[in-house]
Ligand binder design. Structure first.
Ligand SMILES: *Cc1c(COP(=O)(O)O)cnc(C)c1O
Length: 495
């Protein structure tokens, strides 16, 4: 199976090419030419497997040129060996008979990015070998908080790679910042950018298309690669947990074979919910995909009206990993909904970069309506739901998950559709202690690391080990840069 650029059908590559180089030369995103489907009995087979085995089975369907034994090794390294603090890796918790939470934050950085970023370095280094690439891969990451730490953990001390992470100076939580600035490893770098996530992401994209830097890198036997969710190697491991969650519900008898469910995802760059769409197209019985946004509700408006318009105020919210106005992975969905019409997708994307706005045509909108619903909620609504679920169910959730929970409730109230639903939980509540404690009624909660102890005492829940361990770590990175000077930092990394 080949992978094609969303902006030019003739830009074709193998999956290892797509993963090794991240972005197509024309700026498009590599997308599989066809979506493989799960055979009728596949879910029954997968039901009795471990998470690691399910990952091998699903990823193998997309990864021509990778052997099953190779993938088995990657899966054991990524998801085994005590890296995740729950043996199920991505456990499903049921809050009531039709509301289930898929917890994706049991990995080393306590956010869902680990699900893909623990796997990506294995897929990427193998892809480089398969492509005959001997240069050092310099991974550049723009992060709204969680990707940065996830990528640093995944790539630290991986031979043949270096990694540099840019995060918005005032756009991440204190715990997120500490997680990154204390990162260990000889091949890592971390730098904050004056501005918001979109500034950092735009800066990284500009570095990728800087021809003089490209030449300099080639001279030094290096090239740029990406660990952002524009890389197919990020999306693919995320498909696995949707299949896995359905299998868990089947196994528990919560759903019967073929029974459809709704899935509600707290969304930023559209990578997570895109993986859910792929799972649905592969044959997981998913009814509707509910796209949940915070006050930065570009996607809610887009899904309701067909107009994508980033010309609006940007808000810093208590769910910072969703503070995004340009959702890069939406481009892959447009590719699918236009049946691979690269001219159309390219026009939308050109309009977006020129005017900040585009409108999809009627036929594309109709397809969108068949699969997606959307809702948004602000910080106050989020707080209310965190407090209520703690009081009523003793279930503690983080502000990102709360956005999804609220969106599901809005969807149910509006449509009366009470079908079983999975709410995707993307971060441990201990990553966002002050906001969570305010939701539980604490006035003036402790900030930073002290907040972790306070939340733990308040709830009787032990914090995840990686967060509890932050207190003893030394701060290694304090660099700040203006967005115009990000490229200098890349040059410094080259030495
Ligand atoms: C990255 C992130 C999101 C958004 O996911 P996308 O794939 O960018 O849509 C939501 N919640 C948390 C905690 C995240 O880290």
């Amino acid at each position: 199976m080949y992978y094609v650029s969303t902006r030019d059908r003739l830009q074709k590559t193998t999956v290892s090419g797509a993963i090794a180089y991240g972005l197509a030369p024309d700026g498009g995103l590599y997308t599989p030419e066809a979506i493989p489907s799960l055979a009728g009995s596949a879910l029954e087979t997968l039901k009795n497997m471990t998470y690691q085995q399910r990952a091998v089975y699903i990823m193998n369907m997309y990864l021509d040129g990778y052997s099953a034994s190779e993938l088995t090794g990657f899966s054991a390294k990524a998801y085994g060996g005590g890296k995740f603090d729950d043996p199920a890796v991505a456990p499903v918790r049921s809050l009531d008979e039709n509301t289930h939470v898929l917890e994706l934050w049991h990995g080393p950085t306590c956010a869902f990015k680990d699900m893909a970023l623990q796997m990506l370095p294995h897929l990427l280094t193998a892809a480089l070998r398969k492509e005959g690439e001997t240069k050092t891969a310099c991974i550049l990451v723009a992060t709204s908080g969680d990707t940065g730490k996830g990528a640093l953990e995944g790539f630290k001390d991986v031979p043949g790679t270096r990694i540099l992470v840019f995060y918005p100076k005032d756009g991440v939580s204190e715990v997120q910042q500490l997680q990154m600035t204390t990162q260990e490893g000889a091949n890592v770098g971390v730098c904050s950018v004056v501005g918001n996530f979109d500034d950092a992401q735009t800066g990284v994209k500009a570095i990728f298309s800087d021809p003089s830097l490209r030449a300099e890198m080639a001279e030094r036997d290096a090239f740029l690669s990406s660990a952002n969710s524009i890389n197919w190697g990020r999306v693919l491991p995320q498909i696995v947990y949707y299949v896995s969650a359905y299998c868990d519900l089947l196994k528990a008898g919560t759903v019967v074979r073929g029974e459809r469910i709704n899935v509600c995802v707290p969304t930023g760059n559209f990578g997570n919910i895109l993986a859910a769409y792929y799972a649905k197209q592969m044959g997981v019985p998913i009814n509707r995909l509910i796209c949940a946004s915070n006050r930065n509700n570009v996607l809610t408006d887009f899904i309701k009206t067909g107009v994508y318009d980033r010309n609006r105020a940007f808000y810093n919210t208590t769910s910072p990993s969703m503070d995004i106005l340009i959702s890069s992975n939406l481009e892959r969905l447009l590719h699918l909904y236009t049946y691979g019409d690269a001219d159309k997708v390219r026009k939308y994307m050109e309009k977006l970069s020129r005017t900040g706005r585009y409108e999809i045509e009627e036929s594309v909108k109709k397809r969108l309506d068949r699969d997606f619903s959307a809702a948004c909620c602000d910080d106050e609504q989020g707080k209310a739901i965190i407090g209520r679920l703690w009081r009523e169910k003793r279930y503690l959730m983080d502000p990102h998950t709360a956005v999804a929970m609220d969106a599901l409730e809005q969807y149910r109230a509006k449509t009366g559709d009470e079908m079983s639903a999975i709410v995707v939980s993307t971060a441990s509540p201990f990553k966002f202690c002050p906001a969570v404690m305010e939701s539980l009624g604490v006035k003036a909660p402790e900030q930073g690391l002290k907040g972790i102890d306070q939340l733990s005492q308040l709830t009787g829940i032990a914090p995840p080990t990686p967060l509890a361990g932050l207190a003893g770590k030394k701060i290694r990175f304090t660099d700040v840069t203006e967005k115009e000077n990000m490229v200098k930092k890349v040059r410094e990394m080259l030495g």
